[in-house]
Design a protein around this ligand. Sequence first.
Ligand code: BDR
Ligand code: CA
Length: 321
Amino acid sequence: MTRPTPVIYDCDPGIDDAIALLGAFVSPELDIRAITPVCGNQPLDRTLRNALQICELGGRDDIPVHAGCHRPLCREPIHGQFHGATGLGNTVLPAPRKQAEATGAIACLADHLGRAARGEGDRITLCCLGPLTNIAMALRMYPEIAGGIERIVMMGGAFREPGNRTLTSEFNMLADPHAAQIVFAAGLPMTVLGLDATHQVMLRPEHVTQFAQSSGRIARTVAELMAFWDRNDAARYGSRGGPLHDPLVTAWMLRPDLFESRPARVFVETESPLCLGQTVADWYGKTGGAQNARIVTRVDAAGVIDLYVGLMSRYRERGAA
Ligand code: BDR
Ligand code: CA
């Protein structure tokens, strides 16, 4: 087998974050060096707690969890509307025994990426599932760490699709538009899974049933989380099913062949009250600057669902049913 890819998951769990993490936990292709929760779907104390609980649910309390930023860079915090009061729907997980590390997310990113930039450690792929506050803050404090980033694979943005939180803007971008603009302007290799991609993978009730049947306790928990998600999005989108946003990041890491992307230069609106957080893509080089991202345009939805059913079934094989 090829060497596992070193990754750090920056996230704001969040139902779909939880599913992305649980998929990654059973993927030997990924070497998860750390998890860095951030304020997003819920305030930081809750996203941190959820991350710790998800690690324990998935049997991965070996992964260090470092608390990230309590607030976005400039704007007032906003939180997710479709993840329930705790961020994990109606799912009640035991109080975590695992504790967060004493060092915070920025120190963690500076350490891993700094060593990589100096040639003393592996370059790291950042899997970003939430607002980009931690990443922007780390880049602002320690610009030299950019050299340690192999790639950023992120869920966020809306290009040809309308926004999901405002008319123009996707939640992760709206929650910290200034951070997103800093990260896009950093000139790093980026793969962007925006709503154009995630709306192609609608998780329908029959898929939820498939998950519920695919394995034991953990898959049933995933099915429960998904059922909560599905119910909300069915009302929201006028169709059955909910988009599988963050899990596409893990899916891209494991099976990039399921995705098609196009290069573009991405900007994030940071001023307009109407369009705050809008991601604007220059597909044709009209602005004259370098392309800074690959935007995913097509997804093999059936392939992604099959991938996740297979990932969840691994929990039974590992005796975590
Ligand atoms: C994104 O917003 C959050 O609510 C989800 O976790 C996902 O990261 C989708 O717009
Ligand atoms: Ca998220």
